[in-house]
Design a protein around this ligand. Structure first.
Ligand SMILES: C[S@@+](CC[C@H](N)C(=O)[O-])C[C@H]1O[C@@H](n2cnc3c(N)ncnc32)[C@H](O)[C@@H]1O
Length: 322
């Protein structure tokens, strides 16, 4: 058992007295989580089951809730308090080591938990994404402001490893993992981000795909090598096309979510945060294209002394980094 685990075991008995639960804030957070009757929900780092009554109200008796925590005593508290709730299971496991079922949950909620796995964030987010059903949501939330969370977890490290990042950075991490961020809020009384595992349609299956390809087909006789839009004479495969199309599909899903936020009259600062996340995602897809271009086009062009291709690359880089 590591130091932090021992800390929580020792704290379990007095956790509820020390923890100032604000039912209004918790009800609001669960409402924003979009959990419905009959859902299957995983509550990661569930502690003494603070969220359990709110989750139960949302999923009703027809749903299922899994309370997961590595602290035996924390879970014992939850079990004692809410023994009468049907459909609740208690899993005493370290989330980083536990083999979660795949595509099993409609929602995974993490209340006041993220800083405890911040050092392993990529692994954690990937694992949670795999455990979500299609259209399921990962919700990372705190019923206190981010500044207070970070003050509590400040261990004097430089750079600190257990921080709760601003929502735009968190959004970018979630988008990179393949999720679509639908709500992101950082206020004086809470931090909330919801990311959904949206169905993504592979490029090949886009209905417009065939039409687009028809437009791109160059009639025989006009062929001048093959060139993904280049007009110099090299044939060079772009190995990252599929990855680029996947990223662009996610970005366009994210943009649709922003359009909905604007239509719904959502707070401008929330919308700007989302726009900045899309902006970062676009820059990173641009980098993939640039790297692919350098790897597969420019090396050949330099070998063949094709200065036109090299000049074109210079222009593209200048535009990209402007
Ligand atoms: C700050 S408490 C939050 C408890 C509860 N969600 C709340 O808001 O009252 C963090 C909880 O995460 C649990 N925890 C920390 N690291 C964990 C891990 N790797 N796996 C499972 N549980 C963990 C701790 O035992 C503790 O109960």
């Amino acid at each position: 058992m590591d130091k932090e685990h021992v800390f929580f075991e020792n704290y379990a008995g007095t956790w509820d007295q020390d923890r100032k639960e604000n039912p209004e804030v918790l009800s609001f957070l669960i409402k924003m989580a979009g959990i419905s009757a009959g859902d299957t929900v995983l509550d990661v780092g569930s502690g003494t089951g603070i969220l359990l009554p709110y989750l139960h109200q949302a999923v009703t008796d027809t749903g299922r809730i899994e309370e997961l925590d590595y602290s035996h005593r924390m879970l014992e508290q939850a079990r004692q308090k809410f023994a009468s709730f049907p459909g609740v299971t208690y899993t005493e496991k370290n989330i980083l080591k536990y083999k979660l079922p795949q595509k099993a949950y409609d929602a995974i909620v993490c209340l006041n938990f993220y800083p405890h796995i911040a050092q392993y964030k990529e692994v954690f987010i990937k694992k949670m994404t795999a455990a979500l059903k299609q259209d399921g949501s990962l919700i990372i939330m705190h019923d206190m402001p981010r500044s207070r969370v970070n003050a509590m977890h400040d261990q004097g490290e430089n750079p600190p490893s257990c921080v709760l990042p601003p929502v735009d950075i968190m959004a970018t991490m979630l988008i990179t993992a393949g999720l679509t961020v639908t709500v992101a809020m950082d206020t004086e009384s809470f931090y909330f981000i919801r990311a959904e595992k949206k169905q993504y349609v592979p490029y090949e299956q886009y209905p417009e795909h065939a039409a687009v390809h028809e437009e791109l087909i160059v009639p025989e006789g006009e062929m001048h090598g093959h060139s993904h839009g280049h007009d110099h004479g090299h044939v060079h495969p772009h190995t990252q096309t599929k990855a680029v199309m996947n990223r662009l599909a996610r970005i366009s899903g994210h943009l649709e979510a922003i359009k909905r936020m604007v239509e719904d009259g959502r707070d401008c600062s929330d919308i700007l945060i989302q726009i900045s996340a899309v902006d970062s995602a676009l820059v990173s897809v641009g980098k993939v294209i640039l790297r692919d271009h350098i790897d597969h086009c420019i090396i050949d062009a330099v070998k063949d002394n094709d200065m036109e291709a090299v000049d074109n690359l210079k222009k593209a880089i200048t535009t990209f980094i402007k």
